[in-house]
Design a protein around this ligand. Structure first.
Ligand code: MRU
Length: 344
């Protein structure tokens, strides 16, 4: 499948990213040259989506390493320790961030007998490897998930789990891209995804670019569409999946899953294994990010509420495994009960 969007690219001494905060109005690439710039870009959703966050954070750690590798040995290891803690603090929910940074931490620890310069070279190789692995996972997810999509299907998705969220063609959108490429006639209903509108701004932009028939709906319309028999399948992405299959994803995913169950519509989660956190027995242990209330009070910078009000803004919710028909992964499709038998 051809890559339609370049979300992030390592340029040897800096990371280039497509600034998602200004999409779809402005398509602009920005360069991140320090770990602090990467941290800020992740925090402000210039780069977002679990796999892309994991990759950006890893490249951010690499940038920090490149800055100090010529300094005194102890300073290198000390800076790495602080930088790992720092970058892990940028967003708590997406497991890919911890997965990526932990892989680099192992490289540093397992090669502590080498010079910092040699360690940095190994870290760079590992970052590139993770980038390629994510790209390949997306293609494999496409291949497995495409089989679920029959000609004429109407699919609902929530948030953005497309190319913009990965180094490849996405997770939830990957099977859709492949099914469309194979000539299947399909329609994608896209939840706008309040408050940050990843569906309206990003998924609609991606699907339009790919020439896929897509229809935007407000989040509160999904139930009515299901009742009318207008949805055949739901596919979303994930930020973190616990051992029992409980899944954290963008706020509103849980409501969609409940509605899908009620209307007997299969609800699938597409995610690479880098999103599975087998250390957590269930979803109650997944940390949920709470974001600034201003995201709800304002739409694209314009205030829509009175000032000085109380706002509650969890960015993610947990969908219990019992509502999930299956996980579309790079290794195949698994039911929640299969997961307990799996290891990474
Ligand atoms: O806050 P965001 O935009 O980073 O949230 C993104 C999502 O919830 C996605 O569905 C998830 O990360 C999967 S991306 C392949």
């Amino acid at each position: 499948m051809k890559q339609i969007i370049r979300t992030l690219e390592w340029k040897k001494n800096y990371l280039e990213i497509l600034d998602q905060s200004s999409l779809p109005a402005i398509e602009r690439y920005i360069n991140l040259r320090t770990i602090e710039e990467v941290y800020k870009a992740i925090k402000t959703l210039k780069i977002r989506g679990a796999p892309a966050i994991g990759l950006a954070a890893s490249f951010g750690l690499l940038l920090a390493a490149k800055k100090v590798y010529k300094k005194e040995r102890n300073e290198f290891f000390d800076t790495m320790k602080k930088s790992i803690k720092f970058i892990k603090g940028c967003r708590p929910t997406a497991f890919n961030l911890f997965y990526g940074v932990d892989r680099l931490q192992s490289i540093i620890e397992n090669n502590s007998m080498l010079t910092p310069s040699e360690i940095v070279a190994k870290m760079e190789d590992e970052c590139k490897k993770m980038f390629d692995e994510d790209l390949e996972s997306c293609s494999a997810i496409a291949k497995h998930g495409e089989k679920l999509i029959k000609n004429g299907m109407r699919i609902l998705t929530h948030c953005n789990a497309g190319a913009l969220a990965t180094s490849g063609i996405g997770t939830a959108l990957a099977p859709i891209y492949l099914a469309s490429e194979k000539g299947k006639d399909l329609t994608v209903f896209v939840d706008e995804t309040r408050p940050v509108l990843q569906g309206a701004r990003l998924t609609m932009w991606e699907l339009k670019k790919a020439g896929i028939k897509s229809i935007l709906i407000c989040d509160n319309m999904a139930g009515f569409l299901m009742k009318q028999g207008k949805i055949d399948l739901v596919i979303t992405g994930a930020d973190r999946i616990a051992r029992n299959g409980d899944t954290a994803n963008k706020i509103g995913t849980y409501s969609v899953a409940v509605l899908a169950k009620h209307h007997k519509i299969p609800f699938y989660v597409a995610a690479p294994f880098s999103t599975f956190d087998f250390s957590l027995s269930d979803g109650t242990r997944i940390p949920i990010e709470h974001r600034d209330g201003e995201e709800i009070e304002c739409i694209m910078g314009k205030r829509i509420t009175p000032t000085h009000i109380y706002v509650y803004n969890p960015a993610f919710d947990i969908t219990p495994f019992s509502l999930i028909a299956g996980f579309i992964t790079e290794k195949g499709i698994f039911s929640p009960s299969d997961l307990t038998k799996l290891k990474k």
